[in-house]
Design a protein around this ligand. Structure first.
Ligand SMILES: Cc1ncc(COP(=O)(O)O)c(C=O)c1O
Length: 389
């Protein structure tokens, strides 16, 4: 098919996405190539899914090997790729137990349901969950209600019950929302979709203290900030605050659909047989791919390189003199350039010039390249961006 044929046929897809005006055919490393053979530097990585770039040989080899054994196996059976990944996740985090799902929204739904079961055992009649304004937790009904952005709530009628919102980075406001019915606080350590807002010093620690004092579970949504994105394996390690439950997704399947929530040892027995389940969650090929990705990303030398690349990009961006730039913020390779006005035109011009970039929250240019991007590709992408800004 040529590009136009693909675009024409796309009318068969329910139009909930505004597509970029390009049809990509393939990719390698941090490069995407369109149907016409034009090359693009990728500062997008499928919104933090392709953390080791495109066509990664080790990931592909693990997937192909697993496909030769079995593509799917019911969760009624033991699965070697699954247990290996669960072990790796527990050994490298605060966690003691892992549950596998398919998407970030599903992991967050699972974590919220887990909190309700925990409350049944430890905090009778508590069922309410506090989340944050400007957060993003996914598109399913409870996850979207948990998402503290009104623009997503218009078609949610009625909303999922028991969820209220507090101001991010405002402990007093959080405290004012806590009642005896509160069973959990769910927060992104870095608000990503909302515009790359990092936590103020002491905010996450303060949340931990509030939760401990009031017998409340602390859930970190690390769907976007996890898996090395910030220069730490998980963002909670950057801020030195352990949650009770953490959700991860996006790159954990090495590009295949996979998500998980991880729970601390003291909550290991909250769920009993039959409390939760899934047909597809924890797909063996996705777990095999995820293990390769995880074993690469977890290496201290790799994480250091993410930190270094992030610092280098940040430094170059801060040198750009443009009165429309309000702020540049982020951590590791999760960087936002806050513009004073809508930034979609910069995204479109960047694409035409060979750089794939994204805008979030309408005015924030998001820079989220594959974590293994080369210095040369960073330079290529930044030159385009510097020119446009
Ligand atoms: C922090 C966060 N949580 C949850 C989600 C939802 O993940 P998914 O699209 O896989 O359902 C996203 C997606 O961008 C996210 O950034």
């Amino acid at each position: 098919m040529n590009s136009q044929q693909v675009k024409d046929l796309d009318k068969k897809y329910i139009g909930v996405f505004k597509r970029y005006d390009v049809v990509f055919e393939r990719g390698h490393g941090s490069t995407l190539i369109d149907k016409e053979g034009n090359k693009y530097v990728d500062f997008f990585s499928g919104i933090s899914v392709n953390n080791l770039g495109y066509a990664n040989r080790a990931i592909n080899a693990a997937i192909i090997k697993q496909l030769g054994n079995y593509t799917h196996l019911s969760n009624c059976f033991y699965s070697e790729p699954q247990v290996k990944l669960a072990q790796a996740l527990c050994e490298n985090s605060f966690g003691a137990r892992v549950y596998f799902a398919n998407t970030g929204a599903e992991a967050n739904e699972g974590a919220m349901k887990f909190a309700k079961k925990w409350a049944m055992l430890h905090k009778e009649r508590a069922y309410k969950i506090i989340t944050f304004y400007n957060s993003f937790h996914g598109r399913t009904l409870a996850a979207l209600t948990a998402t503290g952005q009104e623009k997503f709530h218009k078609i949610l009628n009625p909303m999922y019950p028991g969820i209220s919102y507090a101001k991010f980075n405002d402990l007093k406001d959080v405290e004012s929302k806590i009642t005896t019915d509160t069973c959990a606080i769910m927060v992104e350590p870095i608000q990503a979709e909302g515009g790359i807002y990092t936590p103020a010093p002491g905010f996450l620690k303060g949340l931990r203290e509030l939760c401990d004092r009031n017998n409340i579970l602390l859930i970190f949504d690390e769907v976007q900030s996890g898996m090395g994105r910030t220069g730490k394996l998980f963002a909670y390690q950057k801020y030195g605050v352990k949650p009770d439950v953490m959700t991860i997704a996006k790159s954990i399947g090495g590009g295949l659909p996979l998500a998980a929530y991880i729970v601390a040892e003291e909550h290991a027995d909250v769920y009993a047989f039959g409390d939760h389940g899934t047909t597809m969650g924890g797909n063996p090929a996705a777990c095999a791919a995820g293990l390769v990705l995880f074993n690469t990303v977890k290496k201290p030398v790799f994480l250091k390189s993410v930190e270094r690349k992030g610092a280098c990009i940040m430094k170059r961006l801060k040198k750009i003199k443009n009165p429309d730039i309000e702020e540049i913020r982020g951590a590791g390779l999760l960087i936002g350039v806050q513009m004073k006005k809508g930034a979609q035109d910069i995204v479109d011009k960047a694409l035409a010039a060979g750089l794939v970039i994204n805008v979030t929250g309408h005015e924030v240019l998001r820079i989220e390249p594959p974590l293994n991007i080369s210095g040369a590709d960073i330079d290529k992408g930044l030159r385009i961006l510097e020119k446009l800004l």
